[in-house]
Design a protein around this ligand. Sequence first.
Ligand SMILES: Nc1ncnc2c1ncn2[C@@H]1O[C@H](COP(=O)(O)OP(=O)(O)O)[C@@H](O)[C@H]1O
Ligand SMILES: N[C@@H](CCC(=O)OP(=O)(O)O)C(=O)O
Length: 372
Amino acid sequence: MKTLLAHCQRLVVKVGSSLVTNQGAGLDHQALSNWARQIAALRESGHQVVLVSSGAIAEGMQRLGWKARPSAVHELQAAAAVGQMGLIQAYESCFSQLGLRAAQVLLTHADLADRERYLNARSTLLTLLELGVVPIINENDTVVTDEIKFGDNDTLGALVTNLIEADALVILTDQPGLYTADPRKDPSATLVEHAQAGEPTLELMAGGAGSSIGRGGMITKILAAKRAARSGAHTVIASGHERDVLVRLTQGESIGTLLEAPQLILAARKQWLADHLQVGGQLQLDAGAARVLRDEGKSLLPIGVTEVIGEFERGAVVALLDEQGRDIARGLVNYSATESRRIARHPSSAIESILGYVDQMELIHRDNLVLL
Ligand SMILES: Nc1ncnc2c1ncn2[C@@H]1O[C@H](COP(=O)(O)OP(=O)(O)O)[C@@H](O)[C@H]1O
Ligand SMILES: N[C@@H](CCC(=O)OP(=O)(O)O)C(=O)O
């Protein structure tokens, strides 16, 4: 069990408001530089890390000189907009001192529910990781209100985990992990070291936030672990104050609470693609394309498509038909039906001259394709 995280290469690390701020008084710069140093060490050891960080509202309150968290949503949104500047400046300075580039990415849950935006966010994040950049994500609080009311970046962490198919979600908070009851209220509560993500009993243990700074509490972390497990990712809930917590976790040490995903990533993703999305259209494949997909696990290139059936947007789920018309696979398509029709039967090298731009060389990337 100890070694589970040791096998995880792509990680989403989420740090909550309760950690990022210094008892509510602005940002804890020492803590930020500490995580940046650990993330730099992780990159050195070949890991890819996306950071989901809260703290915009807390920092905004400090900058605006507000003593108490406002209850009016528009004031929270204003504070988040002011504070996000400080948050990202602080990270930028920590990472640049370590010779690492960071990038700011603001997302909403709705962005990730929209297929086209989902694919755009996915390819941007994966490109940033390939470039060795550390993406720092927060909610785009200006355009949403639900999240800000519940203060729940845990869910965003899980959605990002699903989006980039991370191997693990590490949720750092102000407690050593999940306890059998809220330890602030029940001193006899004990630490849960290991459980299966999605186990219903976990939800009974978790209470709301313990401080006036954090909002979601443990329940959002438990639900985030359940969601992360849908794409096969394990979740660890641990204290952000624990020395070298990220480095030690990836070395296989058992710290905090490990919520294990029941399925392997590919199996879970397969299930998700096969179960959760309706088919927007169909692509008729030639015999060669059907064979390499089936036997060699390749991506689908436009040259192997003979006909495009239906109307769909980029990011739609389409069915892939073999020469006999059998539905052999599902996949998320990188081009709309109109574009797909134009590039079908052509080599990928011709995409740019036909469409005037290239998004991806594949019509459907292998990672977004499941054989039935
Ligand atoms: N079963 C539990 N185990 C641990 N902490 C719990 C539990 N139930 C509720 N909590 C509370 O959840 C808080 C962490 O959530 P929150 O304040 O929202 O943090 P964050 O800002 O890191 O998301 C803890 O400080 C604790 O008081
Ligand atoms: N996006 C906002 C609120 C997010 C939030 O409070 O989340 P969390 O403390 O992680 O449960 C912020 O950065 O302040």
